[in-house]
Ligand binder design. Structure first.
Ligand SMILES: *Cc1c(COP(=O)(O)O)cnc(C)c1O
Length: 366
């Protein structure tokens, strides 16, 4: 029995997905597991604690790195956004957390701090912009950035190098191949570790594995490709999102359901009220006929999603009772499908669960 709105996190599935990446990338390569945004909504610390077999953890912000260190995680951590203030740079040294360097302002702060004595030099990842146009040095500015960083004594040499792919989930390979070519041309003669691949590239661009791969979404068992589900790629979904049936009603022809009365009964039906809504992180803007999974069957959602409730059609489900669990997404109902129905991507749904949701960590013996 599960009480309330629950995210069950299957740690065996997580380990399956890590092994999948390990096999795909090869034993000699490093895995930087991306756990930004609360480990894609799965719980930052709990997921980090389980990830003993990866080489590095990738987060977005220093705050996230701080939480991990506070929880006693000693594994190498890389902050993707890095620092903008001197205080943050000092904190990175203090926490011994690696950082991405993507701007000249960051290099200037490092040069200023270079006069200080530090016990351990900092590992940094110099980011080049090969087409994403978000973070990173342009191809033109990269050589100068590299040269300046090479002269900073509080940085561990050689510097690691990275770029980020903008379009690796596109079946049209051209843009990504160009990004890979530019990165290669710029860095092939440099000695540091190199990294390009997100999940889509781990699956689609083995020529770009380099030294370190940076999978995110696939570790949680989810497909990075639109229109595909993780299980079809050999991955196992880690999260199951569920909520209980809290009421069951008989509705008659003509009865309207929910706010705005957007759905109207054509015949007599048995309607179940499920205790989950957009206030829990279930998307409000789903297409009509979006389903949930209940006792081995798909059931349609009727009318609008409320803050903490939805109504589902249980007409063909005489055996369902109050208290029974309804699965919003998970093994039987991929989150990719719900995301598609909501006009978004699974990344967004996973990171949008609110703190009303109880997290339950499970480990099945495989
Ligand atoms: C989030 C992120 C990744 C992982 O992306 P996925 O699509 O989730 O695999 C890799 N690299 C960087 C820099 C990222 O920010």
């Amino acid at each position: 029995m599960k009480l309330g709105v629950t995210a069950s996190i299957d740690l065996s599935a997580l380990n399956h997905n890590i092994s999948f990446v390990r096999k795909r990338a090869g034993e000699h390569r490093e895995i930087m597991a991306m756990i930004k945004s609360n480990a894609y909504g799965h719980g930052l610390v709990a997921i980090a604690q389980e990830m003993t077999s990866v080489d590095r953890l990738g987060v977005a912000t220093i705050d996230e790195a701080f939480s991990l260190r506070q929880a006693g995680i000693s594994k190498p951590i890389v902050v993707m956004i890095g620092f903008i203030f001197m205080e943050e740079l000092k904190l990175l040294f203090h926490l011994q957390v690696e950082t991405v360097i993507h701007s000249i302002e960051q290099i200037k702060l490092l040069e200023r701090f270079d006069r200080e004595k530090v016990s351990t030099p900092l590992k940094v990842w110099l980011k080049v912009d090969t087409g994403m146009h978000r973070l990173g040095f342009s191809l033109k500015d990269f050589p100068q950035a590299y040269r300046r960083l090479s002269q900073i004594s509080i940085i561990q040499q050689p510097i690691s190098l990275a770029t980020h792919l903008a379009d690796a989930d596109n079946p049209d390979l051209l843009f990504t191949q160009t990004q890979i070519k530019l990165f290669d041309r710029l860095t092939h003669s440099l000695p540091g570790k190199k990294s390009i691949c997100n999940s889509a590239a781990v699956l689609a661009y083995p020529q770009a594995f380099y030294h370190t791969v940076r999978p995110g979404i696939m570790l949680y068992g989810i497909s990075p490709f639109p229109g595909k589900v993780g299980s079809a790629l050999g991955l196992k979904p880690v999260m199951q999102f569920s909520a209980p049936i809290i009421a069951i009603n008989r509705l008659r022809p003509g009865d309207k359901v929910g706010y705005g009365g957007t759905w109207q009964c054509q015949r007599q039906i048995r309607a179940g009220v499920v205790g989950v809504g957009y206030g829990d992180g279930y998307p409000r803007h789903i297409k009509p006929e979006t389903s949930v999974w209940c006792k081995g069957r798909l059931c349609s959602i009727l009318g609008r999603v409320s803050m903490n409730m939805i109504v589902i059609d249980l007409s063909d489900q005489d055996n369902v009772q109050i208290g029974d669990s309804v699965i919003l997404w998970g093994d039987q109902l991929p989150v990719e499908k719900i995301a598609c129905s909501a006009g978004t991507i699974s990344y967004e749904l996973l990171t949008q669960l609110t703190d009303r949701v109880k997290f339950n960590y499970l480990k099945n013996d495989e």
